[in-house]
Design a protein around this ligand. Structure first.
Ligand code: SAH
Ligand code: SF4
Ligand code: F3S
Length: 437
């Protein structure tokens, strides 16, 4: 028996990519293990979004030196966004000569072949140049039958000035519409309860071939027609491309969740312009207003960066006031991290102490808002999908259509079921509920 262990860093797209890698490994009769000591192959799927991610990954690779030395037959593969940067593979091999295989984000479907070649020859395999027109539909090995991630497009054309993604994931490429619909159909038939459609900017789905693929709202509408008890989520939506058509499709759908992840990044129009985001504060707020007026009980979540080059105190206050105004259910808040090769790299940087001070203020404000928003759920009933179990709370975790997590006490295993719950109480932003049925 041969075993594999995949260590994944980064976003949902990377989690989905790791499932593709697992699919390739299972095809070669490897079995998953959580125990590194049992693993014959370890694959590290990397992220390059911030400096902190890269540092953690380097430490992880360094930590595997002994693992590899103990048994040199073991295989170490490193791939993903970090390795897709030009100078990285050479540097990695120099620092960690015990790495056997390196592959980029655009070589995912070739991973199995690289592995075969390595097993045959024991010669290092390095492939990070984008392949042309590859078939990317390797059968992924998915986790438990609750959540399934479905990639609908690859790459990004937006070049936000802080962001490395377009450099490491290439240009936008939509997947075949029929292939996506069939995949979703199969997943639902196989009992998956929640399908999350993934792309760096799902709103530009189809732009590379509109006649053939149509657009994102049309794709959603088609998927929504599939019969069954399931939910559809998607991420991420770029505000500049979120249309009235999309809002209407969500509002009138049966399965699409009333929850939109809509990163605003900054509340200051001047900073948004420097970020190359292509919308103003006012345009963002206008879209939020339309969403809230059309989609019943909708919640918004968002991403935000503090300390972007040139961000003044006034710009930061604009961010705070936008957060105060919109009231996001959840927010991912980041300190700006300088990325090599991006447009913002050359701009004058904000000091670390200012960044630290700002992120603390922003997190404080968001925590207050999350707690405030939670209160409105108390005393009401919600249909939730039970997605996990929290050992600390000794409770199952259900998620409402709007994306709010609630704790549920149950002696029975209810994982993967839809339940109707009554929210009894709220502690900070945590909600506690009882099952009605
Ligand atoms: N395609 C998605 C997600 C991109 S990465 C989108 O456009 O929303 C996820 C988040 O990481 C971004 O939304 C942004 O808030 C953050 N991010 C990206 N580059 C960053 C950088 N250089 N420093 C800090 N945060 C960054
Ligand atoms: Fe990065 Fe912007 Fe593309 Fe998102 S839309 S991946 S933030 S360049
Ligand atoms: Fe995701 Fe990190 Fe790549 S956030 S797209 S894994 S750089």
């Amino acid at each position: 028996m041969k075993y594999y262990n995949i260590i994944t860093f980064g976003c949902q797209m990377n989690i989905a990519d790791s499932e593709t890698l697992a699919g390739e490994l299972e095809k070669r009769e490897y079995k998953a293990t959580n125990n590194l000591e049992n693993a014959d192959i370890v694959v590290i799927n990397t992220c390059a979004i911030r400096d902190t991610a890269e540092k953690k990954i380097l430490a992880k690779i360094g930590g595997l030196k002994i693992w590899k030395k103990t048994n040199p037959k073991r295989i170490l593969a490193v791939g993903g966004c970090m390795t897709a940067q030009k100078e990285i593979p050479t540097n990695l091999i120099k620092t960690f000569p015990f790495i056997d295989i390196i592959f980029g984000t655009e070589n995912l479907s070739n991973f199995g072949l690289l592995l075969d070649e390595f097993v045959k020859t024991r010669k290092k395999q390095i492939q990070t140049a984008p392949e042309t027109k590859v078939s990317r539909c390797v059968e992924p090995k998915r986790d438990r039958q609750i959540n399934a991630w479905v990639k609908i497009m690859y790459g990004c054309n937006n070049f936000c000035s802080y962001c490395i993604v377009p450099y490491v994931r290439g240009r936008e490429q939509s997947r075949e519409k029929l292939e996506i619909i069939n995949e979703v159909k199969n997943l639902i038939q196989n009992g998956y309860k929640q399908i999350t459609l993934l792309g760096q900017n799902v709103n530009s789905y189809g732009n590379d071939n509109p006649e053939k693929y149509g657009n994102f709202p049309q794709l959603l509408k088609e998927i929504d027609k599939i019969k069954g008890d399931y939910r559809i989520r998607f991420m991420t939506s770029h505000p500049k491309d979120l249309t009235k058509e999309l809002i209407d499709v969500i509002a009138n759908s049966e399965h699409i969740c009333h929850s939109i992840h809509l990163p605003f990044q900054s509340g200051s129009t001047a900073i948004l312009s420097a970020m190359n985001r292509k919308y103003t504060r006012e345009q963002y707020l206008e879209k939020v207003k339309l969403i809230k007026s059309k989609i019943h009980d909708v919640e918004l979540s968002s991403d935000c960066i503090v300390g972007f080059p040139g961000e003044t105190e006034k710009d930061f206050e604009d961010t705070l006031s936008l957060v105060q105004q919109v009231k996001f259910l959840n927010m991912y808040m980041f300190v700006y991290s300088k990325r090599k090769g991006t447009a913002a790299e050359k701009l004058e940087q904000v000091s670390d102490s200012i960044k630290k001070d700002r992120i603390k203020k922003l997190v404080g404000l968001q925590n207050k808002i999350s707690a405030e928003l939670s209160k409105k759920y108390v005393g009401h009933d919600y249909k939730v999908l039970v997605e996990g179990f929290d050992p600390k709370e000794n409770c199952y975790v259900g998620v409402t259509d709007s994306g709010k997590s609630v704790f549920i006490k149950s002696d029975k295993n209810i994982l993967g079921e839809f339940k109707l719950v009554h929210i009894e109480s709220c502690k900070g932003s945590k909600l506690y509920s009882n099952i009605i049925k």
